[in-house]
Write a protein that binds this ligand. Sequence first.
Ligand SMILES: Nc1ncnc2c1ncn2[C@@H]1O[C@H](COP(=O)(O)OP(=O)(O)OP(=O)(O)O)[C@@H](O)[C@H]1O
Length: 537
Amino acid sequence: MKRSIKKSWVYLALAFLVLTIGIALDGYITIKIMRIIDAAMEGNMNLFKEEAIKAFLFIGLSLPFNILSSYTRGLYIYKSLVKTKVSYVEKLFGKNINEFQSENNAKYLSAITNDMNNIEKKYLEGIYEVGNSFIGFLVSFIVIASVSPSALFIGIGISIISVVLSMAVGKPLQRHEKHRSDLFEGYTSYIKEVLGAFQIIKANNLNEKVKEDFYNKSKDIQYKGYTIDKIHTYTLSLQQLVMYSSTFGILIISAFMAIRGSITTGAVILIVNNMSRVIFPLMNLAEWFPKIFSVKSLFEKMDGSLKNYDNYEETIDINEFNNSIEFNDVSFGYENKEVLTDVNLNIVKGEKYLVVGPSGGGKSTLLKLFRKYFNPTNGDILIDGKSLKDIRKASYFKNISNVEQQVFLFEDTLRNNITLYKDYSEEEINLAIERAGLKDFVKGLQNGLDTMIYDNGKNISGGERSRVAIARGLLSKSDIIFLDEAFASLDSKVAKEIENTLLDLDGVTIVNVSHVIFQETKDKYDKIFVVKNKAVI
Ligand SMILES: Nc1ncnc2c1ncn2[C@@H]1O[C@H](COP(=O)(O)OP(=O)(O)OP(=O)(O)O)[C@@H](O)[C@H]1O
């Protein structure tokens, strides 16, 4: 993730450049102030006027740079954060389907919300603040050193103590931040579950249980936040003590030097004036360094969660499905549980297959192997003679369509939900709608295909959702359509009609996993596979 932030270095460089000019102007103004005071003390009116005019000019010049500083700072944070978020989502969609499905996706939700927020507030703002402090420190350092090099040694002493302190607290903070991020992950997962089960909770009077669980989870997170803040506060107090004693030390030294006549009164004021500009950046550095280090563990966690464990290199692209898919002694299991053993089967282009069997027998698992969500634990699946394992997912997915019982609908028009944002002619769309049994539904809508679907389709029925999924499958004109309980939400008349349409599709291979079996359509299948006792018969 850090790499995607680094891509925004141009914006950071621009922000630092503007900052450097602004801070340098401020530093120069303090020199002018010293000269004005010294001219006044000497009673030199001409010098006084000359320096006063120059000081005014520089004050006027520093204003646009201060405004530009906040603009370039905002631009850097905005560009870096957008790049980081886009890169995260891009990598997330690079995950293998099986690996994504085997995880609790609340961790990704939490990463995109809580962890990204921490990256913005602690890392991106931190980098800018560190740069700001460093430049501020350097400029004031040079200004003080120009009138009193001995103040330089005191400054070096302060900076070393401060940086060492920051580094020392960085480690425990990293551990706490990682733990807080884990807690957020559990918390997000819990909230997602509770909101999803809203009806069940209300209908079964589980409000009290939810309240108690919620209290416990939020308490843990708040307590962790409190611990982290406590560490920050202790560190800051300690650093403040170091800073204040050093400032006082410098004031005493410069006053002593003025009494001895080695520096002017103006120089004492310049040193005191600039000392706050040295102290503030140092305190700022001390505050931001631990925050920046604490985010390191979040980057590691995010990068780790985006990795695919199966890194098998796929080398073949296919453009179409021509002959057959063969299972040769295919076995598959989840973790230690074998679900399918030594399966041998063959499906031929254009033929229709029904997959039946007892619940938990492995029908969906068989379909997932067909869909390349998983590779077999043993044996091989060959498509037109090539090992499916070697075929690139993106190229295989172009040739297949999946119709599921659970249909996801985008918040968009019915048209876009059916076409899935691809270009089809009006005739093609109308044909798919008719074949999927959606014609009357679309006709009855005031805005027809331009009707908006909201919140994953809460304004349409379960049966209509299934038909949208079937229309998608038909429209994509894939060589193979895999259906998983696609007719479960439809009444038998509609289900039979749609099944008939699918079974009449010429040249399209259909593999239909279904509990719903109609006598009238059953015989139209070329073969029926029964999946039970780890075998396919
Ligand atoms: N991701 C998974 N991790 C571990 N075990 C799983 C996973 N998915 C399924 N199983 C187990 O594998 C077995 C086969 O499940 P599968 O979903 O393939 O059966 P099915 O025949 O489709 O069942 P149903 O008809 O009830 O949908 C079951 O015992 C199930 O508990």
